[in-house]
Structure formats: C-alpha cells, structure tokens
Design a protein around this ligand. Structure first.
Ligand SMILES: C[S@@+](CC[C@H](N)C(=O)[O-])C[C@H]1O[C@@H](n2cnc3c(N)ncnc32)[C@H](O)[C@@H]1O
Length: 231
C-alpha cells in the first residue's frame, strides 16, 4: 500500500518525461510541489513554471521549492482559463489534477497554446470509473459529488487531443485500486485528500470508509502522452 497514492503515481509519470537540458517545463496543478520537487531533482538543467489555482497550495509549494531558487516560478492559475506563461514551454506535466477541470476541450486547447511546436504533454489524472465505489458511497451519505469532476474515457480523450491539434497521442486507462491497512487509514486519506474538496466530504470520510466492502480506494488512472504538431 502506498502511504500516499498520488505521490507514488506522480513519480511514475515523471519517468515518461524526456526533455533536453535548458528546457522549460510547466507543472499544471503543482499542489504542494511534491512532484515538482522530483521533477527539479531529476532534471537539474530544466526550469519549471508551476501553476495551481490554490493560494495555500502555492504557499506550501513555495516553501518546499525555495532551495531551487530561480529554477522554479510559481503562478496562480485556473487551468480552465488562459495560462499565465511568459513564453512557449517544451513540455507540460500534470499529475492528479486534470479530472478537477470540467471542460477538457478547453483544457487541451490551453495545453496546446502553452507548448512550442513539437512540445510534449505528459499527464496522468483520474479516469473513467475512478473512485466509483467511494463516490457512490459518499453520495449515499449526502455528499454532493455530482458535476465536480471529469473522469474521462480514453476514447474521448484521444478525440479531444486530436481536435486540439495534438499528434503522437497515447492514452490509456489503468485501474489501480489502493488497499489501505485499516479502515481508519482509508478514512484519514479520504478526509485529507479524495473527499476533501466536496461539501460534506471530510465529515463523511469515516462513515464512507466503514461502509465500503473493503478499505480500498478504487482509483482508475487516465494516462496521457501527446505532442503538439510541429509545422
Ligand atoms: C491532488 S492535487 C495534485 C498535486 C500534484 N500535482 C501531485 O501530484 O501531488 C490537485 C491540485 O489541482 C489543483 N487544481 C484543481 N483544479 C484546478 C484548476 N482548475 N486550475 C488549477 N489548479 C487546479 C488543486 O488546487 C490541487 O493543488
């Protein structure tokens, strides 16, 4: 069992990133900067622009990433709107975030605009069916889960990326249920992370963990690799 399923998944995604020295990489939805930190460590010659909508997450990322100095720039941004970048990026990385952006057609338009021709998108987020049991159990306990996520299918994502102008598109769903050692551990994770953004989610976490057939978070990951077409 991963103590933090999102951090483990993010680390795995970074293995798919291939960038040259001197590259600029956008981390879209950096959160508290855990994956950004790994990215900066693994690629000591790149500069990172880390975007997130949440001021508190950006503050935490600022503390964590201070040792990298000018190699990282933090910006507040809603990924569903035009991205505040100073120039084209060589790659966009995103982990555990895109499912929080409702309009994926617009989202991929913004990713496309962020990249130089030939630039790469390397992403992973929740995919179709992710947390189905957790969210159904939460909904049965009054948590407002409807309309908050886009847990897209691979087919829809391939179509959206192609329509946005991407080539070399690889998209796949990866069921990845994570078993927690106890229901209390699952409840803590749900309260801290998976159910935290929903109204009533934190209060319901212990009851949801107790009601599920097993202490399992039924993640399905949507993996995305694509490239902005070169002229
Ligand atoms: C689960 S965290 C992932 C953080 C990090 N990428 C990781 O893998 O650990 C999701 C992040 O997405 C951010 N987020 C959600 N919706 C967003 C949006 N529309 N625009 C920008 N950031 C958003 C949240 O503030 C949060 O920091």
């Amino acid at each position: 069992m991963a103590a933090d399923p999102q951090a483990a998944a993010g680390a795995e995604v970074l293995h798919r990133l291939d960038v040259a020295a001197g590259a600029t990489v956008v981390d879209a939805g950096c959160g508290s900067g855990r994956v950004t930190e790994l990215l900066l460590e693994r690629h000591p010659d790149v500069t990172v622009v880390a975007l997130d909508a949440s001021p508190s997450m950006l503050a935490a990322a600022g503390d964590r990433l201070a040792r990298f100095g000018g190699r990282v720039v933090l910006r507040q941004a809603d990924l569903g709107k035009a991205w505040p970048l100073d120039g084209p990026a060589d790659a966009v990385v995103s982990t555990s975030t895109f499912h929080w952006v409702l309009d994926h057609d617009r989202l991929f338009g913004h990713v496309f605009a962020a990249l130089r021709p030939g630039g790469a998108l390397v992403a992973q987020c929740g995919g179709h069916g992710s947390l189905r049991a957790v969210l159904a159990t939460a909904a049965s306990r009054g948590v407002a889960v409807e309309g908050r996520n886009t847990y897209a299918t691979a087919a829809d994502t391939i179509d959206r990326l192609a329509a946005a102008g991407f080539v070399d598109v690889w998209v796949w769903l990866q069921p990845e249920p994570v078993a927690f050692p106890t229901r209390e551990a699952l409840a803590a994770y749900l309260a801290d992370s998976a159910l935290a953004p929903y109204d009533g989610g934190v209060a319901a976490a212990a009851g949801v963990a107790a009601a599920l057939p097993a202490p399992v978070a039924d993640f399905v990951r949507l993996n995305v690799l694509a490239r902005r077409a070169a002229p």
